[in-house]
Write a protein of this length. Structure first.
Length: 211
């Protein structure tokens, strides 16, 4: 069965200076990343999200809304996109605000290539890990959706540390029936052990599943 193509890591560059956009574009291309160039916050907001791991290289001062405005807006929208700020007019309060907002780095122009690449690599690594975690959670949730209502009740009892006999008493069913449902839960959830199932339950609850 053919595997889906792996998306190239994307570096989104938002800067109103075309020379800087092109320079950073050449730099990220040289290490195998895909650049996406934009001149303003509005242009960025109108574009669709990239398919794979991404990092945003963002100028602080832009025409219209600033880079810090965009950082706040992304936070309000719960969009988790690693941001590397670059600026020709940085000051300490600005950099503190950016870093408190979760920025990877705050670099002053002219930016050293290696410093920028190191920050971008960190951002892409973090975003790749986030996407992988989201994918695993989605797969786990999909498996959880295949459980019947009774199997979910048994799963809740198992991860709460209840014995089969206790779960049977809680649900008004026989202990043998509990064992059958428990086996189905372990198989459907692909859990290797009860602690493994408990970890899955914690992740599902954190993702908003009704367990």
């Amino acid at each position: 069965m053919p595997t889906a193509p792996i998306s190239k890591p994307t570096v989104i560059i938002v800067d109103d200076d075309p020379g800087i956009r092109e320079a950073i574009s050449s730099l990220v291309r040289s290490v195998g990343f895909q650049p996406k160039l934009m001149a303003s916050v509005d242009e960025f907001l109108q574009s669709g999200p990239p398919g794979g791991p991404s990092c945003l290289v963002l100028d602080v001062r832009l025409p219209g809304r600033s880079g810090l405005d965009l950082q706040r807006e992304l936070a309000d929208r719960h969009v988790q996109l690693p941001i590397v700020f670059i600026t020709g007019h940085g000051d300490i309060p600005m950099s503190v605000q950016a870093m408190k907002g979760g920025a990877i780095e705050f670099l002053t122009k002219p930016v050293r290539d290696q410093d920028l690449l190191d920050a971008i690599q960190l951002g892409l690594t973090r975003d790749g890990a986030r996407l992988e975690a989201e994918k695993l959670t989605a797969e786990m949730r999909s498996r959880f959706e295949t459980l019947t209502a009774r199997e979910r009740e048994v799963m809740a009892g198992v991860v709460a540390g209840r014995l089969n006999k206790q779960i049977a008493g809680d649900l008004g069913i026989s202990e043998i029936t509990v064992k059958v449902h428990r086996g189905q839960v372990m198989r459907k959830m692909k859990a290797s052990s009860v602690p493994d199932l408990a970890r899955m339950a914690d992740k599902l609850k954190a993702a908003g599943a009704n367990l």
